[in-house]
Every structure is written in C-alpha cells, then in structure tokens.
Design a protein around this ligand. Sequence first.
Ligand code: ASP
Length: 327
Amino acid sequence: IPSNVCVAVLTTGGTIAMRHDEMAGGAVPQLGADDFTAALPPDIPKLCTEEIVNLPSSHFTLETLETIRARVVEWIEKPDVAGVVITHGTDTMEETAYLLDLTVPGEKPIALTGAMRTASGVGYEGYANLLTAVRVAAAPQALRLGAMIVFDDEIHAARRVAKMHTLSTGTFQSPAWGPIGRVEGGDVIVDRRPRRKLLPWRGLEPRVTLLKLTVGASPGLLEGALARGARGIVIEALGGGRVPPWWLPTIEQARDRGRPVVIASRCPSGRVWDPYGYPGAYRSLDELGCLFARGINGQKARIRLMVILATAETHEEMVNLWREGDL
Ligand code: ASP
C-alpha cells in the first residue's frame, strides 16, 4: 500500500494487553498501542493508533461496543486508512466482530485479534496475531469481507466464528464452515468470500434477553424475562429449533405483547430448521410468529435483535430487517 496510507490499530484491552501484576494477583491490562507498534517488524504498512479502552472484554458494556463502533466508522472513513485492526479480549470478540460486520459501512477490512496467553507468559502469541491482523487489514483481497477475526494464522468471518475453547490458542473456529482464509508468512490467502448485508444503525436496544433451553426447563425463565420488561428474547432452543410444548403458551403471550422471540440453537453448528410435526418443533414456532437465527449462535442473534429493535419502528419493519439479512 502507498506510504502515506496506514492501517489503524485500535486497542481495547484483553489478554493481548495483559501482564502479570503482583498487586492484582494475576494478569491485568497494561500494554498500550506503543508497546504493540514497537514489537512489530519494520516491513509492514505504516500504523496509526488509538487506545479506545484498556479492559478485559468481560467488563465491556453496550456503551463500550457503541464507542468501538463509532471509532471504527471514523477511522474507516479516512481516505488514508487502508483498513482497521482492533485488539480485543477474546471473551466477547465474536459479538463485537458481528456488530461491526452488521453495521459499519464501507469495503475496507476490519480485523479483530487478541491473544490467549498473557504478554508475561511463556509463548505469548499476541504480537504474531497482531502482525497477521495488520497484514489482513492492508490486503486488497480482504476488501468487502466485512469484519473478521484473525487469529492463529486463520481468517474467520464474523458471522460464523465462535470462541470454542477456554484456553487453546486455536480457540476461534467457524463450526461446520471453517476459516475463510489464512495468513501464511506475508501472504494473505482468501479462499471464500462471505455475503454481507448491512443493517441500519441507531444504537443497541439493551432490553434483549438470551435464554438457554435445557431438558425439562420451566417457562418461568421466559415469563421472568417478559415481566422484567424484555423488548425481545432470543432462545437457544434444542436441536434444529425446538422447545418443550409447555413453553408455547408463554411464547404466544410474548407475541401478543409485541415482543419478538428469536429461536437460535444451543447446538454449536447448523441451521435452525426441522421436519417435525409435533408441538414445540420448528413448524409450531413458525406458526407462532417466531423469528429464526438460521446460521448464527445465540449471542450473535442477541446483537442482531438489539440492532434491529433500536431502529425498527413497526413490527413489520422489524420482521423484514431480521429476514433480509438472515442469510
Ligand atoms: N479475559 C480476556 C478478555 O478480555 C480473555 C482474552 O482476551 O483472551 O476477554
């Protein structure tokens, strides 16, 4: 890329920025943007940096996500920026990636990365991940891929990727789909190009609840969420989208109160759909007006519903927005 063009590295904390601290009794965020840039080799594009926050991603609020989005939009719009890298805790990285994928206009690559080992631990992989993310953010072949998680030399589409292991450095996987590309040495290899559909943006509706179904579960979980004022509910249902039949009356109540119920699956991969005719299966949920999270997990369905509920003014608009991009 031309020498006046930079890759923006926006830092937000996470293990990639953490070192052991005697007083805290464990690793806490310490590294800043200068530490990152100083650690990378000279044969890379120019870097521009901004520290947005320096937190574990489990401390992020919805406002933190909105701030990160706003900063990404501002950097992406600059003509002398090729793409954006965001360093981020791995715990909620997939949610930030998906939010950016859904709502940041433009063609430039957005590469999120982090680390599973702390910067004071043996085998810290943060700088290696950062380097690959910078290469992806600068690569013309990564244009129009939306937001990605670049980790362990793999490139994952925001829509498919999930944190799959609590400790492994290969924690990010796209179950059933695999990575869309790889970084090998200095080469960025893109093997598949995901479709992307932007949603209009007016912020995140915070009153959206995610519930997970378990065998024999009481619908009290859903009743409680409605009673506490949930504007929308995502249920990680069983298998291809099934609930116990005794949940149906409460789902019907939610519908009658204009509270959308989105059905995702608690299975780590696969679409929501089934061929059954018994109560509580896909067809009966469809008849009750439930929406389906076809190929996204529960936490991403929650983000998607939060974006849509903040912007849709009518039930019909909400349903259309959900279905349009539900690829
Ligand atoms: N606790 C860390 C976080 O901020 C985990 C990580 O970055 O890997 O999400």
